[in-house]
Design a protein around this ligand. Sequence first.
Ligand SMILES: [Zn+2]
Length: 58
Amino acid sequence: MPLETAWGDPNQCPFCGGDLPSPGSGFVDHVDDNPDCSDAFDAWRGRVARDVPRGWPG
Ligand SMILES: [Zn+2]
């Protein structure tokens, strides 16, 4: 799960600082419930995709 290494604390949303119920899948649920975080995550993922030649898996 590449998300776990993208920031220091996988139990905390890096965009709003909120606690996540669990790393990884909990973050997906969190962005589903928080449009602002979803937008920020999309922007972050876009930057990562440009940085990684093979793109984002899946
Ligand atoms: Zn958040």
